[in-house]
Structures are given as structure tokens and as C-alpha cells.
Design a protein. Sequence first.
Length: 202
Amino acid sequence: MTESLVPGPREFAAYAHKIRYFFLAVALLMAFSFLIGVAIAATMPAETNAIMKLLASQFATYKDLPSFDLMVSLFLHNALICAVMALLGLALGAITLLIIFDNGLAIGLVSAAAVGRTGFLLTLAAFLPHGVIELPAMALSAAIGLYLGYCVLISLFGRKVDVAREALVSARIFVVWVLPILLVAAFVESYVTTALVYFLTR
């Protein structure tokens, strides 16, 4: 059977089913690191303030960008992170896991700190609209990376697996499905989230 160059919904669903356990592992790791971030924010206020200042300085360039430029910048930033997670999974997934842990930790810490400073409603408005789109895309990218790492690992132990073919299929899924999801998330963050936060803080 000839594979489609552009995977449609059926191919995407089949691929997602194939990597479902890797996706679950990524989701659990992200949830675990999120809770660690929350715990750090609750118990180490001085360290949390220092981290918040560092993160604020890293993203200061995004603050005054027009909405369209912000959308493009966010999309490129997130696409690069997701591409790295997917690609470096070929190195047995260690770097992919580290990136996911780091992101979950940062989200948990920033969310908990923001709740303490601005309240739950504003924090929810600042994270939820785009987060429900962006985080699954990131988790899917990491799951792709872990799956490819698994393919490399079992091939090293003599199990017959076409790593090149699996990498090509995964690349198609990433380009056709993950990148558009990230673009939608960047659009929502740039236009919807910012408008909602502005409305709530007027």
C-alpha cells in the first residue's frame, strides 16, 4: 500500500494510536513536573521571584510587538522547540524528556506565582485559551521524539525496524498536523489571549 505524501485524518489517527503510550508518558511527565513547579513557587518565594525575573527578561522582546509579529514570533519559537523535541528523540529521547520536564516545571512555577500575584481568573485567562491547543501539540512532538528514540533503541538490539521510514512518516505528521496546530495556538495567544487579559485588567 502506497503511503500518502500528505497524511489525512485517518493516517493521523492511526499514527496517534501507534504512539499513544509515548504520548501518555509525556503527559504524565509534564503533569509531574508541573506539580514540582507549583511546589517550588509555594515553598521557595525568593527563588521563584528570581526565576520570574529571568523569564520576564527572556521574553521582554515580545512585549511591544504588534499582534501579527507576535504571532509569527511565538509560532517560530514553539515550532523550533517542538522540532528539536521530535528530531532529538533519535538520540534515545533523553533530551526530549529533559525539554518536556523543563517546560512543565516552568509552566507550573509561573502559573502558581501568577495566581498569587494576579488571582486565579486572570491567570486562567492568560494560559487557558492557547494552552489547550499548544500543550497537546508539544506533547505530540515529544511523543514523536520518544517513539523515534524507541525505534533506534530496538534496532540496536537487533529487532527489525526501518528507522528511516518511521522518521519520514513522523516528519510528515509533524509538518502536516503539528505545525498548523502550533500556528493556531500562536494566533489565539496573540489575538484572543492578549485581548482577554486586556479586558480583565482594564
